[in-house]
Design a binder for this molecule. Sequence first.
Ligand code: UDP
Length: 424
Amino acid sequence: MPSQTSLKKVILRESVKPADFLKLLSARRKKELLSQASYLQGKRVVHINATAAGGGVAEILKSLIPYLRSLGIESDWYAINPNIDGNFFTITNKIHNALQGAAVKISGREWAEYERINKRIAADLDTIDCDVLAINDPQPLFAGCYSHLNKRKVYFSHIDTSAVSKSIWKKLHPCIASYDKIVFSSSDFVHGDLSRRKVKIFVPSIDPLAAKQTIVSKKEARSYLQKHGGIPTDCPLIVQVSRFDVWKNPLGVIQAFRIVQSSCPEVRLALVGFNEAKDNPAAVAVYKDIAAVAAKSREIFLFFNSMGKNPLEFTMMAQNAADIVVQNSTKEGFGLVVTEAMWKRQPVIGGPASGIRRQIQNGRNGFVVKTPEELAQKIVLLLSNPKRRKLLGEAARKTVFEKFLFPRLVLDHLKLYRSCLRYQ
Ligand code: UDP
């Protein structure tokens, strides 16, 4: 690769032993997984995405690559160089928003820049040896098409494309349709003009062996947040963990919180959204707006710049420390933060996003709400009812155990790679 590379290999120190995750599968699935893995020995899979940290895709790849390696499948992960030219990530942020249905205009000049950088990425891809090339999300989408690698190519779309703007779809469709396989996180996000034979649905999952999923006592987590975040331990705590992004609707959380305060003045709110994702330059502006709204409230704690904190540990502790976890998103491809909190036996109140509705069955293992008023009402209800919180948290944990754990996702990946390679 040339010295100014557009891609950077992500170095992973994490390793995993197959025995540790195989025990999470039924005997039938374990046999199936080992059999699929045996066909892929000596094959090489490479994943490409926008950023090595921050966001759900990075979270998945951080676990997926070590799992694949542990099964004897060579695999690597490259993220787009965070110092890539000029406004590339501002443009891809617009494309992301348009895919999620926002009315944004992308100029001819911006498309030209997107295509220019993707040609550079493609040139770097051509120097990477692999059998299956997996492109995640729209940032490197065109690079997969421009690449001359005569390999199987898979496009993973992790976002909610159910209401995609027509003009964006028209622009991206020919490239997406040219991939050998196209993976979405829900059938609601698939468009009829894609070949059914190519489309797969993978439901995202969390890695129960990852440090992020550690479960600690509430007492330990609260004293950690007091020490590292200044949040007092003697008051109820509401937490939302997510990038500062309009789709996550942090403003709606603050509006609900203000309503809750009128009946429960001692309550505290923490919005945890460390600025790690290099592909989300809009986060700074969203954070500034939210900081201005929250400025007068000493009861609201915002976490954006890590400033000596360990974002992973802090996030895990915040998810353990909360009395109620909120995820007020209006759009969500899935929303791993919801799964993570449910796994930690938290009662979660989610916004109406499709990915959240996939995980929370209203009233059974959490709540789904549409407005700040409804959110406030459910928070007040749960704050006054610890027994209900516990019941919802237990049901949430069971849901994740049954449906959203990583070994199943690994099996989906193995089957996909194999089906790609079978007809070479
Ligand atoms: N995350 C984190 N700290 C933060 C914000 C987010 O560790 O301050 C992680 C979070 O734990 C989850 C991922 O980033 O693993 C977010 O994934 P999700 O699917 O919820 O949303 P995305 O950011 O991909 O839209």
